[in-house]
Write a protein that binds this ligand. Sequence first.
Ligand code: K1U
Ligand code: ZN
Length: 167
Amino acid sequence: MAILKILQYPDERLHTVAKPVSTVTAATRKLINDMAETMYAAPGIGLAATQVDVHEEIIVMDISETHDQLQIFINPKILERNGETECEEGCLSVPGVYEKVRRAEHIIVQALNERGEPFTLEAGGLLAVCIQHEMDHLKGKVFVEYLSLLKQSRLKSKIKKRQRETM
Ligand code: K1U
Ligand code: ZN
């Protein structure tokens, strides 16, 4: 297993739209293992392949307190959205920034697991929020892009200054 480099906002590669996985292979499972190790080490509760510069529709997630309930979503699709919730979100690609984002409260998602088998899941609460956040990454969208343009521009300047100082 390996810890992968997580792209940092405003890296342009975070805006790449991921492609569906055509066949789940041993290479896909190796990437999933590396993504899981990277997510647990960060630490985080989710990670999209986009964030490690792989532009395939793969997400790993573990919202459990015991860090032993890894969930894999390959080629995820939201079949149904219900309600609305506002939740404070963070992102491993935007460290230190937490902002409230409005999203669907409940979703029904269909995806493939690590064996390439389809499954359908009804999700609410943090799981639903996290799935939507990670699916945005696959579409090339970072959560701060829900903020006002003024807030985004202030945030970009702050992050670029911080990145210059740590170079
Ligand atoms: O996409 C990512 O960068 C992962 C992100 C997922 C997420 C968190 C909160 C709301 C929506 C999506 C994170 O994991 S940020 C870090 C975080 O939430 C966390 C870190 C340590 C312990 C518990 C949570
Ligand atoms: Zn994120």
